[in-house]
Design a protein around this ligand. Structure first.
Ligand SMILES: [Zn+2]
Length: 250
């Protein structure tokens, strides 16, 4: 009798263990996912908090340049844009804008837009929520003071948008812009042709991410932006012939 009970108990335990191990990981988490806090986290995503824009509704293409202004390469990009009379948007780092306000004035004077790309371009995951808010707000104030108007457009460093950075963006009352085309032109040792192939043909609505400077590169070769300048010149020759229209972001 006693032996039989023990066998029965043992068999039941074995059966439960088997069921648990046969469950998929998601099924094991189901009871936890029903908690109201977790349901809220699934609904209130970083995208819903910061509402990023990654493409344009109209038929235009937007060229965007990050991490500047740079005392040499931003001027070279501006020269190429002037040759084709194409507007663009420069997401500048606040501390670089402070060093080179005259370049921002040239950007604005030639009909382009400026926007903020934070004050220090620190990796967002290294900052506390309060530090994120202070950095994003300081970048916004720096760009606005040189532009002489309230500039709300913002791109987080490295496009990093987790819940904390989304909350900081929302708290600083900024409008998030990401991109639809990323040729990763910051990678070292790329030639203009490599970048052109990665950009591909212009498609209406695209927001193209490029770099007239590179903050904190892993490889110092990334600091040489001449391949991007030459790629943009070639791209615009083709795009203008193709009838593509460009716009700056407002
Ligand atoms: Zn950047």
């Amino acid at each position: 009798m006693c032996t039989s009970r023990m066998l029965c108990f043992s068999a039941t335990r074995t059966s439960k263990r088997t069921d648990w191990h046969q469950m998929r990981p998601f099924e094991r988490l189901q009871p936890l996912m029903q908690h109201p806090y977790n349901r809220m986290r699934r609904v209130i995503t970083p995208d819903r908090i910061a509402k990023p824009v990654s493409s344009l509704a109209g038929g235009c293409v937007a060229l965007t340049f990050d991490d500047g202004p740079h005392p040499a390469y931003t001027h070279e990009v501006l020269d190429v844009l002037a040759d084709h009379e194409i507007p663009a948007t420069f997401f500048v780092v606040g501390r670089n804008a402070r060093r080179h306000p005259e370049i921002l004035r040239r950007i604005l004077g030639e009909g382009h837009s400026v926007a903020s790309h934070s004050m220090t371009h620190t990796d967002p995951w290294l900052l506390t929520p309060a530090e994120l808010w202070r950095d994003y707000r300081a970048g916004h104030l720096e760009v606005s003071s040189v532009a002489g108007r309230d500039v709300r457009l913002f791109r987080p460093p490295k496009g990093h948008l987790d819940r904390r950075s989304a909350v900081a963006i929302r708290a600083a009352r900024l409008r998030t812009v990401l991109w639809s085309v990323d040729p990763s032109d910051w990678e070292p040792h790329l030639g203009p042709q490599d970048i052109l192939e990665r950009i591909g043909k212009p498609v209406a609505g695209d927001i193209v991410l490029l770099h007239d400077a590179v903050e904190s590169p892993h490889d110092s070769a990334s600091l040489d932006r001449s391949a991007t300048v030459r790629a943009v010149a070639k791209y615009l020759e083709y795009a203008v012939r193709d009838g593509t229209t460009f716009t700056s972001l407002q």
